[in-house]
Design a binder for this molecule. Structure first.
Ligand SMILES: Nc1ncnc2c1ncn2[C@@H]1O[C@H](COP(=O)(O)OP(=O)(O)OP(=O)(O)O)[C@@H](O)[C@H]1O
Ligand SMILES: [Mg+2]
Length: 208
């Protein structure tokens, strides 16, 4: 039995996931919750090694199917080694990206099909599906500007504009796929405003 709580944060590049997940961790820790903060691809030594293969800009010739399988492989290790044990241990796991990123980036962005990617990942994650997913909803231009302030872009971040447009449109549709699990957060505001919206959603969720 998994007794903990599994929360994921999703959204396009530059939507503020990593910023907000740290604030959320501090908020929940201050309230006495036992938190495990992790990210995908990554979260374990092996998963982080797979991450570096996926994101390496030298790997220009990587096939989209290889990419999808590597994400799933990284996830399988992450689930077995870190997420499942933490949930069994009654912890709250908050993860920066998870299955939805694969559905959007590989299913839609790479055109492999959402259903194919879902089935592939079902083998990797089994019944470890998020209890709650915070989806940061941001205007494309705003996210682009935030990203521009950062230097070195990885292999996925350096993809052409049409790929990122497909990802943005994909995220817009995501909530309709999982209306119960996914809560949309307006992410155009400043860091504090977005944090407060997340806190409201979390508190409502924890009360129920
Ligand atoms: N609400 C905000 N307003 C303005 N700038 C922000 C806001 N949230 C985050 N930023 C800044 O925008 C940049 C991107 O934020 P962050 O790294 O949290 O996004 P991300 O969703 O994790 O991106 P990625 O998917 O590429 O990891 C950072 O420089 C961050 O400081
Ligand atoms: Mg990030």
């Amino acid at each position: 039995m998994l007794k903990g709580l599994f929360i994921t944060i999703e959204g396009p590049d530059g939507s503020g996931k990593s910023t907000q997940i740290k604030l959320l961790k501090d908020y929940l820790q201050n309230r006495g919750y036992d938190i495990v903060l992790t990210r995908e691809p990554g979260g374990t030594k092996i998963s982080e090694k797979i991450r570096s293969i996926i994101l390496d800009k030298e790997n220009k010739s990587m096939h989209s199917k290889t990419e999808a399988l590597l994400y799933a492989a990284s996830r399988a290790q992450h689930v077995e080694e870190l997420i499942k044990p933490a949930l069994k241990d009654n912890k709250i796991v908050i993860c920066d990206r998870f299955i939805d990123s694969s559905l959007i980036y590989q299913g839609i962005g790479r055109n492999l099909g959402i259903e194919n990617i879902y089935n592939l990942n079902l083998f990797a994650m089994e019944d470890v599906i998020p209890d709650l997913t915070l989806l940061l909803d941001i205007d494309m231009n705003k996210a682009k500007k935030r990203k521009e302030n950062r230097g070195n872009l990885d292999r996925l971040e350096s993809e052409k504009d049409v790929f990122h447009e497909d990802v943005f449109n994909g995220y817009k549709k995501l909530k309709d796929l999982y209306p119960k699990r996914i809560k949309t957060v307006k992410a155009n505001g400043n860091i504090k405003q977005v944090h407060e919206e997340i806190i409201n959603i979390i508190n409502t969720f924890l009360e129920n």
